[in-house]
Design a protein around this ligand. Sequence first.
Ligand SMILES: Cc1cc2nc3c(=O)[nH]c(=O)nc-3n(C[C@H](O)[C@H](O)[C@H](O)COP(=O)(O)OP(=O)(O)OC[C@H]3O[C@@H](n4cnc5c(N)ncnc54)[C@H](O)[C@@H]3O)c2cc1C
Length: 328
Amino acid sequence: MQKSAKRLAIVGAGVAGLTLAQRMQSAGWSVTLIEKARGPGGRLSTRRRDGGQFDHGAQYFTARTEAFAREISGWAREGWVEQWNGSFYRWLDSRLEPDPVDRPRWVGVPRMSGLTRALSAGLTIVTSSRVESLIRKDAAWAVHTESGEIHDGFDWVVLTCPGPQALALAPSGSPVAERAQQLNYAPCWAAMVESGADFIPEYDGLRLEHPILAWVARDSSKPGRPDGCRWVVHASAEWTEANIDATGEDVARCMREAFEAVTGVQPTSVTVHRWLYALASNDGGTGSCIDPTQSLGLCGDALLGGRVEDAWLSAHHLAKSLLAIEQT
Ligand SMILES: Cc1cc2nc3c(=O)[nH]c(=O)nc-3n(C[C@H](O)[C@H](O)[C@H](O)COP(=O)(O)OP(=O)(O)OC[C@H]3O[C@@H](n4cnc5c(N)ncnc54)[C@H](O)[C@@H]3O)c2cc1C
């Protein structure tokens, strides 16, 4: 008799969730992704506003491993990503210094979410559904959402949401809960700025040592973007932490003043977004975590580092373990 396909629920449709879903689906598993936001992408996403667009989370990604470099080459052949060949500088003690590239910087086209949209093809994704609890009964998982939906009958559940959100869902005492508790993230206030095109500085990307700002990008200089002059500005982790509960209005005013003072560019509009779990730091553990007794898994960028590449690698690490367990 033919074995029935294993059923997997993945909580979160960021890079890790989408990568894992594609891998397991191609191995014959039946996969459902459940995502709290209106669309997939997670921190690799794009905010669209008044006809404009801003990559307000991840700015670009690089490859440090051969495996991810090969994957990116495939995405480039499909036309989902392009290199961002901008001019990059550092701001140190109010001086500008070139910030040489040691590896290509890649971006989704025509926006970051262009990549995650492509990675979503052929997948079952339930969006606008925040997972509230997981219930295991008779060796099967039921996933309960905030709006009262129940998705059930899963052999496995994998959490790909940031550690604190995973901890709220994992059963206490599970190795998945223990690992989720160890994961750390710095927050980041992001400002989305529009300006006229009368003055454009010499840089497209600027890393800063500054009391408020850590990064300024001319978002509209990335390949395939619509006309206009749009900027994404990230506050430093320290400043964000100190202003974590400030109002959006106050944060927008401070970031606008700092942006104007650094760049000389006059904004015509500024809106802000708070990323509570933005930049993960590596806890030194394994690339993913599995609780085989409860058929529960955990993966995502934080298990390996804090970059897009880490999210992708962690998903593959987990997929390998899942397939090894189920094939024995
Ligand atoms: C401001 C900022 C700048 C960055 N800059 C860079 C950069 O330049 N280069 C780089 O490589 N990386 C950068 N990163 C990091 C990069 O974005 C992440 O490493 C990567 O996107 C993480 O992917 P992930 O799938 O692990 O997690 P996520 O993208 O966080 O995906 C988790 C998903 O789970 C969903 N979720 C959470 N809780 C629930 C729930 N209860 N129910 C359902 N869904 C849930 C979330 O909505 C999200 O979609 C940056 C991140 C930020 C925020």
